[in-house]
Design a protein around this ligand. Sequence first.
Ligand SMILES: Nc1nc2c(c(=O)[nH]1)N[C@H]1C(S)=C(S)[C@@H](COP(=O)(O)O)O[C@H]1N2
Ligand SMILES: [Mo]
Length: 410
Amino acid sequence: MTKQLKPSNPSRRHLLTGGAVALAAGGMAGISKSALAQAAASVVPAAAKPLPAYVAWKDPTAMIVHTSSTLETKRSAFGTSVITPAEQLYIRNNLPAPDASIIADRDAWEVQIEGVKNPRNFNLKQLKGMGLETTAMVLQCSGNGRGLFPTKASGTAWAVGAAGCVVWSGVPVRDVVAALGGVADGMVYMTGTGGEKIPEGLDPKSVMVERSVPLKAMGDALLAWEMNGAPIPLAHGGPLRLIVPGYAGVNNVKYIKRLAFTLAQTEAAIQKTGYRLSPPGQKGDPSHPAVWEMAAKSWINSPAPDAGVVPAGMSLIKGVAFGGMQALKAVEVSIDGGASWLAAKFVGPDLGRYAWRQFVLSVKLAPGNYTIASRAIDVLGNLQSEVSMENTGGYNNTSWRDHALKISVV
Ligand SMILES: Nc1nc2c(c(=O)[nH]1)N[C@H]1C(S)=C(S)[C@@H](COP(=O)(O)O)O[C@H]1N2
Ligand SMILES: [Mo]
């Protein structure tokens, strides 16, 4: 189905405060078909780094290896089937992953539950008998999009690929808590501790992965042992991972060994000073908002996420969109840098409020230069914003303009 290239809501056009001027289709007489081949040839990538041994099972054609602890999904590798296969899912480790011996006997893995009326340990086998829920969720590093901010923040320059849509199965945290008599009086946070070994000689607080989220996040949280229908791979947090739907990646603690309901947020640096939204140039501290809830976001993955050159004629614009904490209502696409917007069509099943949806829009493109962008709208009417607040850590970039693709149609 071809959509007409005019704004879906003409009045909205004048509400937009676009920065860049959109180039109309039909100009650019100088670009020939051979430019297509030339441009494609000019983007032959530099020799890619090999996959690190602990994730040697990943699909090397789908991944960008930044470092051994940061691997990104290529913009061209998101597929069209909603769920991101494990082989293509990004990796982010703040500490080296634990030894594979921890998944030799998964059912023996123990987690300590504290800050409840009757604290105790459970092993995974016991947890499996206490309740079951399955949730599809966007797992997204808060630094996803960092590399797209106009001023580059330090840290991994993720583009769009530090995210995926993943199905998790496990026991609802609320069921575990109920079995232990409820949360102890007055507790304010849910704090999860990762099971990594702390390197010798370091102050544990300086490196440990321990995160606190507001108590209300317990409502939809899981202690999960399965990912996309298989036991969670070690690299993604197996045998047991805390899943906090709607919350940024870092709050989803891998190899969880302790789940505590606490009066205060953890003193670990990853919570106290790290993952804070501090003004550019200023170090994070507890007075700055923590990276917790995700906001509505979308981006386009096709056509031409890499080469930037597209043949004239019919083109299928494809992307992903999600609401963060809220279900997604709609997604709009612009081919003129945000001057006008068209409603895109969702593709595939709706896997619930925390999942993303794939979307498409079929357009006819005449030769010229285009800036194609998308913006998500959640069920509360929150619209993905044109610009994102810059911050020292380069977190939470949801700017549709930063995520726009510039393409040449020849
Ligand atoms: N134990 C532990 N949990 C962790 C981390 C970690 O380093 N250790 N990294 C966090 C961060 S910053 C992100 S973005 C996600 C990455 O999840 P993935 O590697 O499964 O994609 O895990 C989070 N949970
Ligand atoms: Mo992250």
